[in-house]
Design a protein around this ligand. Structure first.
Ligand SMILES: [Zn+2]
Length: 395
């Protein structure tokens, strides 16, 4: 144990540690630097002389929230004409801060030229943002989802055939992405025909083999049975959106290693009849997929526009998922299961000795009322205090 690092003790009224253990009352977490050193009953804590003690005995403490599918596009609500890159970066920086203060300690950005800038500035400790995993740009087929005239906040690269797939993955790796994003079906921009496959199984397999060989996971935008079937056979790690699936394809996904990130918020939040119809289709597939045993992680597909502002509203996804999954499973999808989806051997997602001290405090058992996740009162990321509302420790 290094005595030179700053020590903090967090006193939790209840601790949900993310390991599957039942919640423990009155737990002390001892934090050294950016990691958890140990945790145990408050009664066994011993002397705290010279140590910062944060009293959260009025709160439930659990691992930080994870949004597995967002886009930092730096849009201002209601924006029609995209601003210049620097203004968008400033907006995205504020949005990232909002997410962190809302309890999101890790987010995965599946397509934005801004996200790598935020991530890299964050790595130097200069910014107050969640941990960011960035895909930067997506790869798609010749009639891919992102090739219709695009706003300048999004770009895609076209791959044509297996050799091109390998080259594009290598290029993304060299540019420093954390995850490779592919567009394997059209839509959902055109709600009615979102499920036309745009990549062959061979192309998807080439992307996955190349990415996995370089230590990168593959996230696939895929809607409709045929596109999702190709993605599963090709070996993708996560299927984004993943609705309009036959029972047969649900079984195929369930039997594979792939996870689905159903992105419910982005449709549920939009009032148009098309979006609401899609929302119902998403719920229907989620119901049948959960029955088949598919594994899910929570991701909102929020872009920061007026319907999907980045912040406390991203936690709505977990509540939406709980309309089908049990509250415990929905909570897991936005915390510890999301970490399992992000990769093995993670140093996140559970509150145990040696893990990063990414934790939040909420008032009440989130498994009884998931809406408390939209009113987070305490946030710590990598052992650094981000938010501690007045009175959070009151019993
Ligand atoms: Zn997206």
């Amino acid at each position: 144990m290094s005595e030179s690092r700053a020590h903090t003790v967090v006193l939790a009224g209840h601790l949900l540690d993310g390991t599957g253990a039942p919640p423990q009352p009155d737990v002390a977490l001892r934090i050294a630097g950016e990691r958890i050193e140990c945790c145990g009953p408050v009664a066994e804590l011993g002397s705290t002389r010279g140590i910062d003690v944060i009293d959260l005995r009025g709160l439930w403490v659990l691992p930080g929230l994870i949004d597995s599918h967002i886009h930092f596009w730096g849009l201002s609500p209601g924006e029609v004409t995209p601003a210049d890159f620097q203004s968008r970066l400033e907006t995205a920086r504020q949005q990232a801060r909002n997410l962190l203060h809302a309890g999101f300690t890790t987010v995965r950005d599946l397509g934005s030229p801004i996200a790598p800038c935020l991530r890299d500035a964050n790595a130097t400790g200069a910014l107050e943002t969640p941990r960011i995993l960035a895909a930067q740009v997506g790869l798609t087929g010749a009639r891919g989802p992102w090739l219709i005239p695009q706003p300048t906040w999004w770009e895609a690269r076209v791959l044509r055939g297996v050799a091109s797939a390998r080259e594009e993955v290598q290029r993304l790796h060299d540019e420093g992405v954390d995850v490779v994003k592919i567009g394997a079906s059209t839509g959902p921009r055109a709600e009615g025909f979102g499920d036309i496959p745009t990549l062959t199984v061979d192309e998807i397999r080439a992307v996955c083999d190349a990415a996995h060989g370089l230590g990168l996971p593959v996230a696939a935008h895929a809607i409709g049975s045929e596109a999702v079937r190709r993605c599963v056979i090709g070996g993708v790690d996560t299927i984004e959106h993943g609705y309009r699936l036959s029972d047969e394809v649900c079984e195929l996904v369930a039997a594979s290693d792939a996870w689905i990130v159903p992105t419910l918020r982005t449709r549920a939040a939009r009032p148009t009849p098309e979006a609401q119809a899609t929302s119902r289709e998403q719920m229907d597939t989620l119901r049948r997929g959960a029955a088949a045993g598919i594994r899910y992680a929570a991701g909102t597909d929020s872009v920061g526009d007026e319907h999907t502002l980045h912040g406390s509203g991203n936690a709505v996804e977990i509540e939406l998922m709980s309309r089908v999954l049990s509250p415990s499973n929905a909570l897991a999808a936005g915390t510890w299961d999301a970490v399992r989806m992000l990769g093995p051997d993670s140093e996140l997602g559970t509150l145990e000795a040696g893990k990063f001290a990414d934790l939040i405090g909420v008032r009440g058992d989130p498994r009884r009322d998931l809406s408390v996740l939209q009113r987070v009162e305490f946030v710590m990321r990598s052992g650094r205090l981000v938010r501690h509302d007045a009175g959070a420790g009151d019993r």
